[in-house]
Each structure stands twice: as C-alpha cells, then as structure tokens.
Design a protein around this ligand. Structure first.
Ligand SMILES: [Cu+2]
Length: 117
C-alpha cells in the first residue's frame, strides 16, 4: 500500500516539472506583430500575358520572380480590381504590374495596376 502512494506522488511531481518548462505563449505573438509592420502593401512584377478572361476579371500571367514576395517564376491566375485594367491587353503581351490587397486582412494578392512594357 505504501509503495503505491510513493509511486503516485512521483508521477505527480514529474507532471508538475514538465508543465513548468513549457515556453511562454505570449512570446511568438510579439514577434508576429513586428513582422506585420514591416510587411509591404504592394509588390511590383513583370511577365507575359497567357490569357485574359474579361467576364471573370481574371488574367493568367507567366510572371518572372517577385523577390519582395519570395515568389519564383511561374504561371499564375490573378484577379484584377476593375475591368478597365484589361483593356488593350492581349495574349503574348509583355507586361509590368503591381499587386495589392483589396482589404488590409486579405491574404490574396490582386492586380491593381498593369500595363504593357
Ligand atoms: Cu506566382
């Protein structure tokens, strides 16, 4: 009987020790706040028009690397903020564009400016 009591106390002591060594939960939050402040609101890119979908306000680009976003060159579908941005753009056009966010909390980048190079 006495042996079992000692064993139980030993287990409780171990649990308390591991709880005390957990890192503080507040620390990563402070780091995230600082990162948000230095985050850019817009990014510049260049590429080539692959296709234009005027009805859906979308454009497919083969874009070159966008270093400020850490993106490599790729084929990508973008939304544009308004239809007039697509005026005069055709498949094969070399373009430069600017990516922005429609809302501060949006995670998706949309084209806010685009023109032929
Ligand atoms: Cu991309």
């Amino acid at each position: 009987m006495e042996n079992m009591m000692k064993k139980r106390i030993g287990i409780i002591a171990l649990l308390l020790m591991s709880a005390a060594s957990l890192p503080l939960a507040a620390q990563p939050m402070a780091g995230m706040e600082a990162q948000k402040e230095t985050e850019q609101a817009s990014h510049q890119g260049t590429g080539k028009v692959v296709s234009v979908d005027r009805a859906r306000l979308r454009i497919k680009l083969a874009h070159e690397p966008i270093k400020s976003l850490g993106w490599s060159a790729m084929l990508m579908d973008f939304s544009v903020v308004n239809a007039s941005l697509l005026n005069g753009l055709r498949e094969g056009d070399a373009v430069q564009f600017e990516l922005g966010k429609t809302k501060q909390e949006d995670l998706v980048w949309v084209i806010v400016k685009i023109g032929r190079r």
